[in-house]
Design a binder for this molecule. Structure first.
Ligand SMILES: CC(=O)SCCNC(=O)CCNC(=O)[C@H](O)C(C)(C)COP(=O)(O)OP(=O)(O)OC[C@H]1O[C@@H](n2cnc3c(N)ncnc32)[C@H](O)[C@@H]1OP(=O)(O)O
Length: 405
């Protein structure tokens, strides 16, 4: 419950210095001296809120307008929630709750059917209806020089290292074509590139500047962690993104990285189904650590569910619980025919009950509804419906979001 002394409003440009300070302090950080934090560059002021306790700004949060690719290659409008922070000393008094409610009710009015975010901590957002592991991430490490499995063929396409200036126009075009086909990928605007591939000294964490290598159908961006010991160079390649229009380009660029002289290892936050595991001759040498990536919130059940495509036909009554966005609560008939869903209000008895966060987790096809049933997050009233819904929601590939916003 929000403290009654709190108020909330969108910010103007005059609020930005204080907004930046409150956000930095909430992350135990300092605002950059005399400059603008890179996250501030992409804020849309009419979707950016500050919470006040009297005259004092105590909370921050923003929504970015993005397109999210959902199963079936459909581009769905999504509100990408970012820069959420509450000033130390003002916590656990409902500041974030007020912000979350304002954002979600605003998205309901403006027509964003889906909200997404990356969570700083895993225990914050489920209470606000965000479902965990809507997409997951694999922190992958592997040694270089590994051969490929016989049959994985490398083409003779030339891969060229170029400057950032030369790479940028090509990368923008390739990314924009590829992101439309990959579940979980997001549209980028001009300034997003500066944030996502920010390369100021302060962004490098002791590593090199980005290196840009182009293939005719793709590109890879990485940093180098320079190391050496008595046995020679032990440099590590930290891949930021590997974006390809063809499977061949993916194979070629991985081979290029694996063969790079003076490098001993590769690390990459990648998709959980990155095919590299099956390309190399010794898959055990590819070490993987799983973490949550996108948390997804269904803002409007009846607009979000029909947006995506489904793998199989199903006809079920879903009973949804959503205390923060009550327009979602209640029973919905969810019917899929030939991949397309129709969602209508119904008084019929529920086949399956679940809360809106569970629906968010399964929406991109990364989490199985059957697993949520085993976790006591979903209740099946009519036998067979959870299995049928599980199959319908699964996608061909694992959802993946390659960028933090
Ligand atoms: C998308 C992003 O930007 S992710 C970045 C999130 N920001 C941060 O992590 C910065 C550091 N943390 C903070 O600024 C704050 O602690 C926030 C934003 C996480 C929470 O703000 P608060 O104003 O304290 O949250 P609020 O008072 O509304 O809490 C609502 C509920 O969530 C719980 N909660 C809040 N923060 C946390 C947390 N970090 N861990 C566990 N539970 C939490 C509260 O206990 C409360 O529970 P209740 O409803 O059962 O009483």
């Amino acid at each position: 419950m929000a403290d009654s002394a709190l108020s909330i409003r969108t910010i103007g440009s005059a609020d930005l210095p204080e907004f930046q300070r409150v956000f930095a302090w909430s992350f135990l950080d300092e605002p950059p001296a005399g400059g603008e934090h890179r996250w501030m560059k992409v804020l849309e002021l009419d979707r950016t809120h500050a919470v006040f306790d009297g005259d004092e700004m105590v909370g921050t949060g923003g929504v970015l307008s993005r397109e999210l690719t959902v199963p079936g290659g459909v581009l769905a409008p999504a509100g990408a929630v970012t820069v959420v922070g509450v000033k130390p000393g003002h916590r656990r008094r409902g500041v974030a709750s007020l912000l979350m409610k304002t954002q979600l009710h605003g998205m309901h009015e403006t027509g964003d059917p889906i909200a997404i975010l990356w969570a700083s901590e895993g225990s914050i957002y489920r209470r606000f209806g965000y479902g965990e592991h809507a997409s997951s991430l694999s922190m992958m490490t592997m040694p270089t020089r590994m051969p490929f499995h016989p049959g994985v063929s490398v083409s003779d396409a030339r891969i060229r290292q170029v400057t950032r200036e030369e790479a940028m126009p090509f990368m923008r075009e390739v990314h924009d074509r590829v992101r439309r086909t990959r579940t979980g990928w997001l549209s980028r605007v001009e300034k997003t590139w500066d944030v996502h591939l920010g390369d100021a000294e302060s962004n490098r964490d002791g590593l090199s500047a980005y290196r840009y290598c182009l293939h005719p159908q793709g590109y890879v961006v990485f940093r180098v962690k320079h190391e050496s010991n008595n046995s020679g160079p032990q440099n590590e390649l930290h891949v930021r993104e590997l974006v390809c229009e063809t499977e061949q380009a993916y194979v070629d660029l991985y081979r290029f990285l694996l063969d790079l002289d003076l490098a001993s290892g590769i690390s990459f936050y990648t998709a959980t189904d990155d095919p590299i595991l099956h390309m190399v001759d010794n898959p055990r040498k590819v070490r993987r650590e799983l973490s949550d990536a996108l948390w997804l919130r269904i803002v409007d059940v009846d607009r979000a569910l029909p947006l995506r495509r489904y793998q199989s036909d199903v006809d079920s009554v879903l009973e949804v619980e959503d205390s923060l966005c009550p327009w979602n609560s209640g029973r919905w008939r969810f019917t899929v025919k030939r991949g397309e869903a129709v969602v209508t209000r119904t008084e019929d008895a529920a086949d399956v009950s679940l809360d809106v966060a569970a629906l968010g987790s399964v929406y991109l096809g990364g989490v199985r509804l059957s697993v949520l049933r085993r976790a006591h997050r979903v209740v099946e009233h009519t036998p067979g419906h959870v299995d049928a819904l599980t199959m319908a929601f699964l996608g061909t590939d694992e959802p993946h979001c390659p960028e933090v916003f």
